[in-house]
Design a binder for this molecule. Structure first.
Ligand code: ADP
Length: 633
């Protein structure tokens, strides 16, 4: 019997695919099962209007049979079936509508993967694991059944045959094992069960297979139990996906269990977001905000993404394009009948529908978080502990492109409320004459609380946001404003005219002392000046316009060789007794005055949480001064 040739395009495609395209050979089963499911759908649909079909939804099924002896894997369905013409048209060419386009695309520089993504090549993927495929099929309403057979690119034959009922068997003769590939595993019951659960769990028809089990032989004694193996036919898939059910019909425990099983989490999710969209793109999504931070969350091992399904069939396990970076903690699934099953990763990135879905989901997640912030503050604070830092990174990333989306969701610790507050809450409490949102950055709440620069504002009852995360200050600087109120570090408080004058007077009155200190410290400090804000403390450091101290520390930690350094401006409290001692020493005992200057600078460094330039020199100085004051007594 003469072999019929595949159409030229198909041949080319077969070569491409069998060679290298799909790295995951295992997906062939998903493709074959999906076709079987489509065939059942078609006949099921026909049955709705045609009583002669005599079947209803519950009568359809897909069966898998593995025959190790003959090395065949068979997937059968009782769906619509194919006649001779269908076999020619469907299995003899690649999706016929696409063949013209295919020719164009397969120019020499077209990328192979892109080509694959455009066509329904599902069936052919079986050639990745088989050296011969036989299709036995009988179409609904037809008299004759047909056998289609092919060993790959060299063509196919079609002959008449018998088949008891309507439907299709795809009989795949599995390739012999090689050193690299153990094709034989596709005949193992455990592997097939695993694959069905992984890719085809939500196919709406039962996928049945005989599985062998072991049981204790009846009548065998407790002392010497005997076992026997037996086979039963089981349904391998769970069929109804949770996301296809209405939220009101699903119990919270069901969602929790689904989440824990699917995403291997020990903790229940904190929130469940069920989305059902129709319109430009139809899809269902089930999203979860985890109840705990995954142990690897802030490492590069953590992979973001949502599971992507096309009508219940898994296309991709972690589709990262569906989630923006700032919501990368969200887990979940998206299912859309509008997405093509065979779409490749490369194409998916440019998929318009996918972009629409991603944009909608971002909005949904934001609104769910806003709702939680409003209705469940305690819950939100828990969420914030788990993932708040991610939102702050989100504000800073991409030059602040997402700051408007995220700013309402931020929390910072408040000096007056003694708890995390939102920026909206801060602004609503601002005094009438308060121009700025004040913040103070430091390593811990305690350290910030003790910053000399916060003292004046706190005495005046002004609320200060304490920024203790390394990203916080970048975050405040990226935001720049919130509800038109500018952020301002307590380190660079605005100086009033009165302050200005006071500082000038102090500078004039104590010029010699300031010059002396500047000279003693040399390049370590940029400037030495009188402070307008210090009350009980003798000194403090400020950083001036550029880099702040917290940023310096951050860069030190992440990029030590860059040695970025904030300017150090030493402010002295001229009303403090220490300053008077210093001033006296400048004329009476310049050597001693130099030691005072160094010591005061070191203290200012310590309070700002910066490393001392010379720690042992510092302790020497302290000892020296202690003995000196002892001698004086
Ligand atoms: P796709 O499913 O993307 O159209 P395939 O290459 O997987 O591409 O299948 C080509 C066509 O062959 C299908 O569209 C369908 O018409 C037909 N077909 C494949 N498998 C079956 C089956 N089990 N029963 C009936 N028709 C089938």
């Amino acid at each position: 019997m003469a072999k019929r040739q595949f159409k030229a395009e198909s041949k080319r495609l077969l070569d491409l695919m069998v060679g290298s395209i799909y790295t995951h050979k295992e997906i062939f089963l998903r493709e074959i099962i999906s076709n079987a499911s489509d065939a059942c759908d078609k006949l099921c649909y026909l049955a709705l209007t045609d009583d002669a079909v005599g079947m209803s939804r519950k009568d359809f099924k897909i069966e898998i049979q593995a025959d190790k002896e003959h090395r065949t894997l068979t997937v059968s369905d009782n769906g619509i079936g194919m006649d001779k013409e269908d076999l020619e048209n469907n299995l003899g060419v690649i999706a016929s509508s696409g063949s013209y386009k295919f020719k164009q695309e397969v120019g020499d520089d077209a990328k192979d993967t892109d080509v694959i993504g455009q066509f329904g090549v599902g069936f052919y993927s079986a050639f990745m694991v088989s050296d011969q495929i036989t299709v036995v099929t009988k179409k609904y309403g037809a008299e004759t059944a047909y056998r289609w057979q092919s060993s790959g690119a060299d063509g196919y034959t079609i002959t008449e045959c018998d088949r008891p009922g309507v439907g299709t068997d795809i009989i795949m003769h599995i390739k012999p094992d090689t050193d690299d590939e153990k094709y034989g595993e596709f005949l193992e019951s455990w592997r097939l069960q695993e694959l069905v659960r992984k890719y085809s769990d939500y196919i709406r028809f039962p996928i049945r297979m005989e599985v062998s089990k072991t049981r204790r032989k009846e009548g065998s004694s407790d002392d010497q139990p005997e076992y026997e193996t037996y086979t039963v036919e089981e349904t391998l898939n769970s069929m109804v996906p949770l996301w296809q059910r209405r939220k009101s019909s699903v119990k919270p425990e069901e969602y929790n269990k689904f989440y824990r099983d699917k995403f291997h989490d020990y903790a229940d999710p904190q929130r469940v977001i069920a989305v059902s969209a129709e319109g430009a793109v139809t899809y269902k999504a089930l999203l979860f905000i985890p109840g705990a931070t995954p142990y690897d969350y802030y490492t590069k091992e953590y992979e973001k993404g949502l599971q992507l399904y096309s009508s219940g069939v898994l296309i991709m396990d972690k589709c990262s394009d569906l989630l923006p970076e700032h919501f990368r903690f969200v887990r979940g699934v998206v299912d859309s009948p509008d997405l093509s099953l065979n779409i490749s990763r490369e194409l998916l990135q440019h998929d318009r529908q996918l972009k629409v879905i991603a944009a909608n989901l971002e909005k949904k997640i934001k609104s769910e978080l806003s709702k939680m912030l409003k209705d469940d503050r305690e819950g939100y604070e828990k969420f914030w502990k788990n993932f708040g830092r991610q939102l702050k990174y989100g504000v800073v990333s991409e030059y602040g492109a997402h700051k408007d989306l995220l700013s309402d969701l931020l929390l910072f610790y408040s000096s007056t409320e003694k708890k995390p507050v939102t920026l909206a809450e801060y602004v609503s409490r601002m005094k009438e004459d308060q121009k700025y949102i004040y913040y103070a950055a430091g390593e811990s709440l305690d350290k910030v609380d003790k910053l000399p620069q916060t003292e004046g504002l706190r005495d005046d009852g002004v609320e200060i946001l304490y920024l203790t995360d390394e990203v916080d200050e970048f975050c405040a600087q990226t935001l720049r404003t919130y509800q038109d109120k500018e952020f301002r570090s307590v380190l660079d408080q605005e100086i009033t005219e009165g302050d200005q004058q006071k500082a000038q007077e102090a500078a004039d009155a104590h010029k010699a002392t300031f010059d002396f200190v500047k000279e003693s410290l040399g390049d370590a400090v940029k400037e030495v000046k009188a402070s307008t804000r210090l009350k009980s403390h003798p000194v403090c450091l400020t950083a001036g316009e550029g880099l702040s101290f917290e940023m310096e520390k951050y860069f030190q930690a992440v990029q030590p060789d860059m040695s970025l350094r904030a300017d150090r401006i030493l402010e002295l409290n001229v009303d403090h007794p220490i300053f008077q001692a210093l001033e006296t020493a400048v004329t009476a005992d310049p050597e001693r005055a130099k030691k005072y200057a160094t010591l005061l600078y070191d203290q200012a460094l310590l309070i700002a949480g910066l490393p001392l330039d010379d720690p042992s020199g510092y302790t020497d100085l302290v000892c020296d001064l202690l003995t000196f004051s002892q001698e004086k007594k």
